[in-house]
Design a protein around this ligand. Structure first.
Ligand SMILES: [Zn+2]
Length: 423
C-alpha cells in the first residue's frame, strides 16, 4: 500500500474478489453450499446486525438461512445451447423474481498459503466465501429468523460508521451491489424485467432469454453500453487552501447540525476530470477561482454507490467569497489552521448524535443532494455542548476520520506545509 491514504469503507486488505470465478456456475454453487460461507443480509438497504452489539454484522450460514430463503442456486444454459446463448446464462439467477444474491469474494487473510509463504496464491485463495443477499421480499420468514439468531436490521449509515475497518469494506461492497440489483429490475431500453447473471455482477434484459415472437430483439442485448453493469458515481471532496497554505475554505448548509463545517463537495459531471470538477464546484459554491489541483485519495461510499475523490487545490489570490451563484451554502469561510487544530483535538470536535444523523439523512432524501451529507458521515457518539449558539455561524465541529473530508482536513492540519509545496 506504500504511503497511500486508506480511507474508511475501503476495507484493507479487501476481500479477494476473484472476479474470474463469477462466470462459473459450478464454482459459485460450490461456494454457495459450503458450510463456511457467510452471508451478509440487507433489507431496504439496512444491514443485518447483532442485536445490542454496536457495529457487529450478523453473518449467517447457508444452514441458518435455509433453502427457502436462499432460493434457486445459480443456473446454467440448456445443454444444447450455442456458445452465444450460453453466455446469456453464465451464473444466472432465474426466474428474475428471485431475491438478489451477489458473490463478494473470499477472505484469504487466514489462508495458510498466504501466511506461511512469500508465494501468495491470489489466483486460488483459501478461506470463507462471502455473499450478500437481499431480504426484501420475505418478511415473515425473516422475522422468525431474526428472533432465532438474535439479530436486528441496523441503520444503514450509523451501523456502517461503527463497524471495524475490515467489516466496513465488506459492507460497502455488499450494500452497493445489492442496491444496484434491487434498483435495476427493469430494462432501461425496452422496459422488460431484467435478470441477474455473473453471480450478481451483471443484469440482462429477459427478452434475450425469453424472446417475444414478432418483436425485434432489445437493443440493450447488443454491443457495448452501460445498462448492464454496476455503477460507481464519482463525487469530488475538496480541501481548498489559500496561497499561504495556512487557511482552508470550509462551508456549511443551513440544514446541517449546529456548528458543523466541512469541505466543499459535488458530483463530477460527464466530460469532466477531477481537476475540472474541483475548479467548477468551488467557483459555483463560493465564487473562488482555484489554480493547481492535486488528487489525494479516494473512498468507497455505499449510499448508494459513490466513490468519493479527495483533492487539494490552491485558490488564486485576492478574491472574495460569494454564495449567491448557486445558493447551496449557508456560509463559507477561510478558517486558520490553529482554530481547526483546536477543534480536532477537542473531545466534541467530531461528535455527531443520532439526531444530527437523521437531520442529514432527511436533507439528502429531499433534494437528492447526497454529496453534501456524504461530506460528513457522523459517528454514533453522544452529543456534547457545542460552541456555536442558535443563530450563530460559529464553527465547532468538522467531520470525523470515517469521512474523507475529515481525512483531508486532518492531513492539512498534521502535515500541511509539504502538501502546499507540492501544489
Ligand atoms: Zn430490454
Amino acid at each position: 500500500m506504500g504511503d497511500n491514504v486508506i480511507n474508511f469503507y475501503a476495507g484493507q486488505p479487501p476481500l479477494n474478489r476473484v472476479a474470474f470465478q463469477r462466470h462459473s456456475s459450478e464454482i459459485m454453487n460450490r461456494h454457495l453450499h459450503d458450510p463456511e460461507t457467510r452471508f451478509l443480509i440487507f433489507k431496504d438497504g439496512r444491514p443485518l446486525m447483532k442485536k445490542d452489539e454496536s457495529g457487529r454484522i450478523l453473518y449467517l450460514t447457508k444452514d441458518q438461512l435455509g433453502d427457502e430463503i436462499l432460493g434457486q442456486e445459480f443456473g446454467v444454459a440448456p445443454s444444447d445451447a450455442s456458445s452465444d446463448t450460453k453466455k446469456l446464462y453464465e451464473t444466472s439467477r432465474l426466474p428474475h423474481t428471485e431475491p438478489a444474491l451477489v458473490f463478494l469474494g473470499i477472505d484469504d487473510r487466514e489462508s495458510p498459503t498466504t501466511n506461511s509463504s512469500s508465494k501468495v496464491d491470489h489466483l486460488n485463495p483459501q478461506g470463507p466465501a462471502y455473499f450478500a443477499l437481499d431480504a426484501q421480499s420475505q418478511t415473515d420468514e425473516w422475522d422468525s429468523l431474526l428472533q432465532k439468531q438474535n439479530g436486528e436490521w441496523g441503520d444503514a449509515r450509523s451501523s456502517g460508521n461503527s463497524m471495524s475497518d475490515w467489516d466496513a469494506g465488506v459492507y460497502a461492497q455488499g450494500r452497493a451491489l445489492v442496491d444496484w440489483n434491487v434498483r435495476n429490475k427493469f430494462c432501461p431500453a425496452c422496459g422488460s424485467p431484467t435478470y441477474s447473471l455473473w453471480a450478481g455482477w451483471k443484469r440482462n434484459c429477459t427478452s434475450s432469454v425469453q424472446p417475444v415472437e414478432g418483436k425485434e430483439p432489445c437493443f440493450s442485448t447488443k454491443g457495448l453500453h452501460n445498462f448492464a453493469y454496476p455503477r460507481t458515481d464519482p463525487v469530488i471532496i475538496m480541501g481548498i487552501l489559500d496561497s499561504t497554505g495556512e487557511k482552508m475554505l470550509l462551508g456549511r448548509q443551513k440544514s446541517w447540525p449546529k456548528g458543523m463545517y466541512s469541505c466543499l463537495a459535488g458530483f463530477i459531471e460527464p466530460g469532466e476530470t477531477f481537476e475540472d470538477a474541483t475548479r467548477r464546484e468551488v467557483l459555483e459554491e463560493a465564487g473562488i477561482e482555484v489554480g493547481p489541483v492535486r488528487y489525494s485519495s479516494s473512498q468507497p461510499w455505499p449510499f448508494p454507490s459513490n466513490l468519493m475523490v479527495g483533492t487539494f487545490g490552491r485558490a488564486k489570490d485576492g478574491q472574495s467569497i460569494r454564495l449567491d451563484l448557486d445558493n447551496e451554502l449557508e456560509d463559507a469561510q477561510w478558517f486558520p489552521k490553529s482554530l481547526i487544530q483546536k477543534i480536532i483535538s477537542s473531545p466534541t470536535g467530531s461528535n455527531f448524535s443520532q439526531k444530527d444523523y437523521k437531520q442529514l439523512e432527511q436533507k439528502s432524501q429531499t433534494d437528492h443532494d447526497q454529496e453534501t451529507s456524504a461530506a460528513l458521515a457522523p459517528s454514533e457518539k453522544k452529543p456534547d455542548e457545542l460552541v456555536a449558539k442558535d443563530g450563530e455561524l460559529g464553527i465547532s465541529r468538522v467531520p470525523p476520520r470515517t469521512a474523507i473530508a475529515g481525512t483531508l482536513i486532518r492531513q492539512w492540519c498534521e502535515g500541511g506545509l509539504e502538501l502546499v509545496s507540492k501544489l
